[in-house]
Design a protein around this ligand. Structure first.
Ligand code: GDP
Ligand code: MG
Length: 288
């Protein structure tokens, strides 16, 4: 590899993995995992693979994991179910939820009880009334705190749309059976461009590090390739064109993203399209 490329990679690594994340990740690995009976690993259903730390098994040692496909209300139902089947075929236990709705509370509790079945039975046989500890993991903004609040019926876990809001850690009671521990969203040292862009689209990575014009364009291209009808409905523009680049210009003009002289304001367009996607304004979409 050229020196220049190595330098860029190093810089990227630093950008995505600031010091406070390294600290948080070390703390999870060294201290918190040990305390847990089970892990709830929260993924964004719009980009579940990108939210998945490739080293998660190493990090959590032998603790059972339940993968939570969250933000289901914003994602493509059919695709998420397909991905869930793929997880099942790899022996990964998972549930599909919308953490903003308490309708999913029972499903999460059932999954926890299912995964801990042997342990629960062993304790029952010994006449022990145990409380099980659940550690909630995931990249920033996937809805960890929202899920904890929904399960516990409190507002004890701090939520927000910014990466890294969760700082304090307290065990929060769901019921007599379970205690939950929130964690700050952690990323890992390196991932490729596609993953980092996906994480930016869903708000797990700050978009400050990206060229917004480029980010918005790339996002719209994926949506166009996977969900053309969503864009047709939204923009009502003629889809007969030579290249996506021309269609994109029509979207921008339709939305009035122009600067003086009739030129397109690609920065404003890019930022707005990313924001619109995050808010679900292009319909239910799963990017992978
Ligand atoms: N539409 C939708 N929004 C959600 C869902 N879960 C969380 N959110 C929102 O996503 C944002 C981040 O949630 P938060 O719980 O702070 O994420 P954390 O960083 O993983 O703890 C908040 O604005 C939540 O309201 C969900 O299932 N559906
Ligand atoms: Mg949080």
């Amino acid at each position: 590899m050229f020196d220049e490329e190595i330098e860029i990679q190093k810089k990227n690594k630093l950008k995505w993995f600031p010091g406070h994340m390294k600290k948080a990740l070390d703390d999870i690995e060294d201290n918190k995992i040990k305390l847990a009976d089970v892990i709830l690993y929260v993924l964004d259903s719009r980009a579940p693979f990108s939210c998945l730390n490739p080293n998660v098994n190493k990090i959590v040692h032998n603790k059972p994991i339940i993968y939570v496909f969250n933000k289901f209300d914003l994602a493509d139902e059919k695709r998420v179910i397909e991905i869930q089947k793929q997880f099942s075929s790899e022996n990964k236990v998972s549930i599909i939820v919308n953490a903003t709705s308490s309708a999913f509370k029972q499903a999460v509790k059932n999954a926890l009880k299912q995964v801990l079945k042997d342990k629960i039975e062993r304790n029952k046989a010994k006449n022990l009334r145990a409380t099980y500890k659940v550690l909630v993991l995931g990249v920033p903004n996937t809805g960890k705190s929202t899920l904890i609040n929904m399960l516990s019926g409190t507002k004890k876990a701090k939520t927000g749309n910014i990466a890294g809001v969760t700082k304090v850690n307290n065990w929060i009671k769901i019921d007599d059976d379970f205690l939950l521990l929130d964690t700050p969203g952690v990323l890992w040292p390196s991932f490729d461009d596609e993953i980092s862009r996906n994480l930016a689209y869903v708000g797990s990575l700050s978009d400050k590090e990206f060229d917004l014009a480029d980010l918005g364009f790339e996002l719209m291209k994926i949506i166009f390739e996977k969900y053309p009808n969503n864009l047709k409905q939204k923009f009502e523009v003629n889809f007969e064109f030579e290249e996506f680049i021309e269609l994109y210009d029509r979207f921008c003009k339709k939305r009035g993203f122009l600067i003086r002289g009739g030129e397109i304001d690609y920065n404003r367009a890019g930022k707005t399209f990313v924001d619109d996607f995050r808010a679900g304004k292009f319909g239910r979409i799963t990017l992978e």
